[in-house]
Design a protein around this ligand. Structure first.
Ligand code: ARG
Length: 501
C-alpha cells in the first residue's frame, strides 16, 4: 500500500526520492476536485455499461466518506504517495478492495486527470477573483463619486503636470481593472473545457463518453485533441500573465498611495489598521500593506517566468516538469486574491486631505498649459508662440519669488512683445479662466477628460459596465453551481450505504 503503481519496478522508492518526487503537499488544493472528477468518470463508466451499479455504489460511497474525513481534518497526506491521484485511488482500493476499487481508474490516466483537476480548481479561483475585482471597481467608483469636486494635481515624470480631479484618477484605475476582468474572463472560457478522457496522450480503447463527464463537471465542452488536452498548459501561461498584468496595475496604484501618504504630499491618510510602526522611530506610520502589494507583484512576475520557462523546452506529451507549474499558478492566484482583499478596504477607508490637494494646486504653475492653450485660441499667437511666452513668464515669476496668483494680463503682453516682437491684447478674464480650477476643468471637455460633465458620464458608464461584469460572473457561477448540484444528486442516487462493504 502506498506503492500502487510500482509493479513494473523491483525496488521500493527511497524515502528521500519519494519526498523529491511527490506533489502530494501542493495537491491538497485539488483534493475535492480529484474526488469530483473521479466520481464523474465512474458514473460515466457505469452509464456506459463498463462497471455495475453496485460497483459504482461502493466506489462513490468510499469517495464520499473520504471527502467527509478530509473536511473533518482527519486525513493525513503522506509523501510516500506520488500525488493526490495515487492517494485517493489507494484509499478506495483499501476501503472496498482491489477487485472493485481497481476499476475506478479504468480508461483514465493521471495525465488527463491532473490537468482536469487544475482546470476545475482554476475555474473556481477565477470566479473568486471576478468577485473581488467587481468589489474593487465598485470601491473605486464609490470613492470617485465622493470626489467629483476634489481637484488634484496630476504628475508626469513625478513633476506637477496638469490639474484634474481625484474622481478622474479613481476612474482610471477602475478602467484598468475592467480590462483585467475581461482578460481573465476570456481566460476562464478557455480554461472551462474538459481534458478528461484524453488518456495518457492518445486516447483509450475503453468506450468512455467524454461529453458526459464534461457535462457532469460543468464544463462548457470537451478539449478535443487528446495530445493537446494533456500536453498544453497555455491556459496556465494565460492565467498567470493576466494575473501579472493585474498586479502591475495594483502595484502602480499602491506606489501612488505610498507617495501620497508621505509627510511631503499628505494627500491621503491610510487607516491605522493598514499601517505599521518603527521599532526605533516613534513617529513613524509606515504603509506596509501597500509596499507589500508592490513587492508581491514581483513574485507574480517571477511565477510567470517560472511557468514560461518550465514549459518552453518540453517535448509534446506529459512530462513531470509540468508538475512544477502548479505551485507558481496557485501562488499567483493567492497573491492576487490577498492583495485585492486588503486593497479594497484600504481604499474604502483612507482619508482624503482635499485642503492639502488644493494648497498644492494654488502654489503651482500647472495651469501653464491651460494658459498657453487659451492664448492660442483667443489672441493672435500660435500655440508654440504662446508656449514660449508662458514658459518665459513662469521662469521669471519663479526667479522673482512671485506666486501664480500674481500673474497679470499686462505681463503676458509685455513678454510677448519682448520675445516675439508682437503686440497683443490680453483680457484679464483670460487670467481668471486659468487661475480658477473649476473653470480650467470645465474647459477640458474632450472625451475622457476631466470636465465634471465628462467625469460624471464616465462614472455612470462604468457603473453600467460593472453591472455587465456582474452578469458575466453570475452566469458562469450559476452554471458551475448547477453542475455541482447535479453531480451531488447523481452521486447520492448511485451511492447506496448498503452496498459499501
Ligand atoms: N503528480 C503529477 C502532476 O502533478 C500528476 C500526473 C502524473 N503523471 C505521470 N505520468 N507521472 O503533474
Amino acid at each position: 500500500v502506498g506503492y500502487l503503481y510500482r509493479s513494473r519496478l523491483t525496488d521500493k522508492a527511497l524515502e528521500k526520492i519519494s519526498n523529491f518526487i511527490s506533489s502530494i503537499k501542493e495537491d491538497e488544493r485539488i483534493f475535492e476536485e480529484d474526488i469530483d472528477g473521479t466520481e464523474a468518470h465512474d458514473i460515466m463508466l457505469y452509464e456506459q455499461g463498463l462497471i455495475t451499479r453496485q460497483e459504482l455504489g461502493k466506489i462513490l460511497s468510499s469517495l464520499e466518506k473520504l471527502r467527509l474525513e478530509k473536511r473533518k481534518g482527519s486525513v493525513k497526506l503522506d509523501s510516500k504517495y506520488e500525488d493526490i491521484h495515487e492517494f485517493i485511488e489507494n484509499y478506495v482500493i483499501t476501503d472496498v478492495g482491489l477487485e472493485v476499487g481497481g476499476k475506478l481508474h479504468t480508461g483514465r490516466s493521471r495525465n488527463d486527470q491532473v490537468v482536469l483537476d487544475v482546470r476545475m480548481n482554476l475555474r473556481s479561483d477565477l470566479l473568486d477573483i471576478f468577485g473581488l475585482l467587481i468589489a474593487f471597481i465598485e470601491t473605486l467608483l464609490k470613492r470617485g463619486e465622493e470626489h467629483k469636486e476634489s481637484p488634484m494635481m496630476f504628475y508626469t515624470h513625478t513633476q506637477q503636470a496638469q490639474i484634474g480631479s481625484l474622481s478622474h484618477y479613481f476612474i482610471a484605475y477602475a478602467d484598468g481593472r475592467l480590462r483585467d476582468f475581461k482578460r481573465l474572463r476570456d481566460c476562464y472560457d478557455r480554461v472551462n473545457l474538459s481534458p478528461l478522457g484524453a488518456g495518457p496522450i492518445g486516447g483509450t480503447s475503453i468506450t468512455i463518453n467524454r461529453k458526459r463527464t464534461a457535462s457532469l463537471l460543468g464544463f462548457n465542452g470537451v478539449l478535443e485533441n487528446s495530445i493537446d488536452a494533456v500536453s498544453s498548459r497555455d491556459f496556465i501561461l494565460e492565467a498567470v500573465s493576466a494575473l501579472a498584468v493585474l498586479m502591475s496595475g495594483l502595484s502602480r496604484l499602491t506606489e501612488d498611495l505610498i507617495l501620497w501618504s508621505s509627510a511631503e504630499f499628505r494627500y491621503i491618510e491610510i487607516d491605522d489598521k493598514y499601517a505599521s510602526v518603527s521599532s526605533i522611530m516613534p513617529h513613524k506610520k509606515n504603509p506596509n500593506v501597500l509596499e507589500l502589494i508592490r513587492g508581491k507583484t514581483g513574485k507574480v512576475y517571477g511565477n510567470l517566468i517560472s511557468v514560461l520557462s518550465i514549459i518552453k523546452g518540453l517535448p509534446t506529451g506529459y512530462s513531470s516538469d509540468l508538475q512544477e507549474t502548479k505551485p507558481p499558478l496557485w501562488d499567483s492566484i493567492d497573491l492576487v486574491k490577498n492583495s485585492l482583499e486588503v486593497l479594497i478596504d484600504l481604499i474604502d477607508t483612507f482619508k482624503v486631505n482635499t485642503e492639502r490637494m488644493a494648497e498644492i494646486i494654488s502654489d503651482s504653475y500647472a495651469f501653464a498649459v491651460d494658459l498657453a492653450e487659451i492664448l492660442s485660441q483667443n489672441v493672435d499667437l500660435s500655440f508654440r508662440e504662446a508656449h514660449m511666452v508662458v514658459g518665459n513668464i513662469v521662469r521669471e515669476m519663479i526667479s522673482l519669488g512671485k506666486k501664480p496668483s500674481d500673474l497679470q494680463a499686462e505681463t503676458i503682453e509685455k513678454v510677448a512683445e519682448k520675445i516675439l516682437g508682437k503686440k497683443i491684447n490680453v483680457d484679464n478674464s483670460l487670467i481668471r479662466d486659468v487661475t480658477d480650477v473649476k473653470r480650467i476643468l470645465s474647459k477640458r471637455q474632450t472625451i475622457g477628460g476631466p470636465s465634471s460633465k465628462e467625469v460624471e458620464r464616465m462614472l455612470q458608464n462604468r457603473k453600467e459596465l460593472l453591472r455587465e461584469c456582474n452578469k458575466e460572473l453570475y452566469v458562469r457561477k450559476k452554471y458551475l453551481d448547477q453542475a455541482k448540484i447535479r453531480l451531488a444528486e447523481t452521486v447520492k442516487k448511485y451511492s447506496s450505504s448498503r452496498s459499501t462493504r
